[in-house]
Design a protein around this ligand. Structure first.
Ligand SMILES: CC(C)(COP(=O)(O)OP(=O)(O)OC[C@H]1O[C@@H](n2cnc3c(N)ncnc32)[C@H](O)[C@@H]1OP(=O)(O)O)[C@@H](O)C(=O)NCCC(=O)NCCS
Length: 173
């Protein structure tokens, strides 16, 4: 399976062994509040269930989910995933990074590499992602990697008991 190395990080497929680091870096409300369908606190059982499922899924010939982790100095500090993959057509992307690494251009670079990889690997024509209305950082990442703003899904997400507008971005080929 694909491994991408840059000066800043290594991007490689997620495995069950990553669970401990996932908890360490995801169990942070500033991260979780921006991601859909995740429990808080985020515990080892949650990380094991998710990473185990992903590891298994990615062994299939046509996986529906494809998730790579961002590793810096031997620690898993983030992830980027393609979900609802329709080979030859489209996928939905999601990503997060540990707070200690924010603001250094890591995610813009990692998303660029990840998108190039999955466009080619799954012969995609469209990669889309949705950011909650308050998430200016994520919208900026999507602009920087060449995705275009398509519109707002009003009250498109239910998070923490509130309906939130979702900003939809996409890149097509
Ligand atoms: C959003 C997130 C992925 C950004 O990662 P990052 O590595 O810090 O992003 P980068 O350093 O590549 O920054 C990209 C751009 O966004 C800007 N940016 C980052 N955080 C920002 C914020 N909170 N508000 C406004 N702009 C912000 C940066 O200044 C940079 O723009 P610039 O180059 O024009 O200065 C990270 O903050 C995160 O994981 N947040 C929690 C989870 C999340 O929101 N995931 C996305 C769900 S849609």
């Amino acid at each position: 399976m694909k491994i991408i190395k840059t000066k800043k990080f290594i991007l490689r497929p997620m495995s069950l062994k990553d669970s401990k680091d996932l908890v360490k870096n995801m169990n942070n409300w500033k991260v979780i509040q921006n991601l859909s369908a995740l429990p808080f606190p985020y515990e080892l059982k949650h990380a094991r269930k998710f990473s185990g499922k992903i590891e298994k899924e990615m062994k299939k010939e046509l996986p529906k989910d494809y998730v790579m982790v961002i590793e810096i100095e031997g620690e898993v500090v983030g992830a980027i995933g393609a979900h609802k993959i329709v080979p030859g057509h489209k996928a939905e992307m999601g990503y997060w990074l540990a707070e200690k690494h924010w603001g250094r251009g890591v995610m813009s670079e990692a998303v660029t590499k990840f998108m190039a990889h999955i466009f080619s690997n799954f012969k995609l024509r469209r990669i889309y992602a949705k950011a909650y209305a308050h998430n200016k950082g994520s919208m900026r990442v999507m602009e920087k990697v060449g995705m275009q703003f398509e519109g707002i899904e009003r009250k498109g997400a239910l998070k923490n008991g509130k309906y939130i507008d979702c900003y939809v971005y996409a890149k097509t080929k």
